[in-house]
Design a protein around this ligand. Structure first.
Ligand code: PLP
Length: 440
């Protein structure tokens, strides 16, 4: 028995080392990190320039409490981060992970409302399904019942609207009309809740683990921004998974030219070299709060210099190697290859995503998109077969109001075309075994 525990008993080998897109276990077995861990390791493993920058910081200081000192690492990372944001998003607040980033966004929004004499505004509308983190504040926004319901009595569960699962709709609407239909659910919900009680709307621009790289029609994004403006509601983009280049733009918001009011970042932001996240907000929001006495929020490790040195080196590496553009290019290649597999495997019902945030869904009937039987546990079984073959992918059984087995294929942004093909070879081998086993 190990003294250490996580969610469940799932024996795994010890990790020995990482190199680029590969991980090696204690027995020397090599794995392609086809999900970048949990969509984290965007620049690959053991990048020498990042390690060098971290070592240089370690030789100086690994901690300085933010109330006692400013640090060059955190100041430089804040400047760099702001330079990568859409105009107007200038102020950066550091945290240690995605849930903390989301909590920070919500508390910033609330404190801003108070400075504006809007104490009645406290509800944060989110979507179903969605994932915004596992601390109680972030969980209250998370649209995923198995994780949230057991804790519901302990938190103020927030109102949800349906995520735009247009690919499941069997109506005659155009894509544009579908996008507007789903966006208008926000308008209806704001009116139902009472507009003067609603503080903010939070969304993953491309749903990650919640929906499997679900991208809405273009019309959705602009309409959501319009609705927030109409009711004076803050728009929070949770870019914890989509940010830092994963979708082929630094922020996914850039695909639609949207400027949110507040953004949450983590995961690829320091790419697993250190636990780090950030909230980035509009300058006037932050100034109003600072004028009113200060932000009533902060974590001990905020702006940790070692984490910030890692984050800065990661962002510099993304720029130096042109990894955002590579994510866009390799994303196209990967999507084409996955779409090609639809000819070979009728059970692949959908391939979707943007950049290297890519997913496929397994179904029992592509026409109706009926899911595979629950008892088949496809989302677990295929991942296990692939793991045995040395390929790591990420899966969940969630979609819309129902269940569906989706698989995220999100390799590090440094991947080459030859490595995409190597990864596809392992995926095909795994799908063949899965089909043979399950009689599909
Ligand atoms: N938000 C999104 C969109 C995520 O995907 C995640 C994690 O998967 C989180 C928030 C929570 O991040 P963390 O696990 O670092 O707290």
């Amino acid at each position: 028995m190990s003294n250490l525990f996580y969610q469940s008993r799932q024996p795994r080998p010890f990790l020995d080392r990482g190199e680029g897109i590969y991980l090696f276990d204690e027995h020397g077995k090599r794995y392609i990190d086809g999900s970048s861990g949990a969509m984290v390791s965007n620049i690959g493993h053991s990048n020498p320039r990042v390690l060098e920058a971290m070592k240089a910081q370690m030789d100086k200081a690994t901690f300085g409490y933010r109330l006692h000192f400013r640090t060059e690492a955190s100041e430089r990372l804040a400047t760099k981060t702001a330079s990568l944001m859409p105009d107007g998003l200038d102020r950066v607040f550091f945290v240690s992970g995605g849930s903390e980033a989301v909590e920070s966004c919500v508390k910033l929004a609330r404190q801003y409302a108070l400075t504006q004499g809007q104490a009645s505004r406290w509800k944060v509308i989110s979507r179903f399904p969605s994932y915004h983190g596992c601390t109680l504040g972030a969980l209250a926004l998370t649209g995923y019942d198995p994780l949230a319901l057991p804790f519901a009595p302990m938190m103020q569960v927030m109102p949800k609207i349906a995520a735009p699962t247009c690919y499941l709709d069997r109506d005659n609407l155009t894509d544009e009309a579908r996008g507007l239909k789903y966006a208008d659910l926000l308008r209806d919900e704001i009116i139902a809740q009472g507009p003067d009680t609603v503080l903010a709307f939070i969304m993953e621009p491309i749903g990650g683990a919640s929906t499997g790289a679900l991208v809405a029609p273009d019309s959705y994004y602009a309409r959501i921004r319009e609705i927030c403006d109409e009711f004076g509601i803050l728009l929070i983009y949770d870019e914890v998974m989509t940010g830092a280049g994963r979708t082929g733009r630094f922020l996914a918001a850039e695909h639609w030219g949207i400027t949110p009011d507040i953004v949450a970042l983590s995961k690829g932001f320091a790419a697993g070299y250190a636990p780090l996240g950030a909230m980035v907000a509009r300058n006037d929001i932050v100034e109003a709060i600072l004028d009113a006495g200060g932000f009533l929020h902060g974590f001990t490790y905020a702006g940790n210099p070692l984490a910030c040195a890692a984050g800065l080196a990661v962002l510099e590496e993304i720029e130096r190697e042109g990894l955002v553009a590579n994510a866009a290019r390799m994303g196209e290649v990967l999507k084409q290859r996955l779409e090609g597999l639809m000819r070979r495997y009728p059970m692949i019902g959908d391939v979707r995503g943007k950049g290297l945030m890519t997913a496929f869904e397994l179904v029992s009937d592509r026409e109706t998109m009926a899911p595979l039987p629950r008892g088949m546990n496809a989302y677990l079984r295929l991942v296990e077969i692939a793991y045995g073959n040395g390929l790591i992918i990420y899966s969940r059984r969630t979609r819309g109001g129902a269940e569906g087995d989706h698989f995220l294929v999100c390799p590090p942004l440094i991947i080459t075309e030859a490595q995409v093909d190597e990864m596809m070879g392992l995926l095909v081998r795994s799908l063949d075994t899965f089909c043979a086993e399950s009689g599909l």
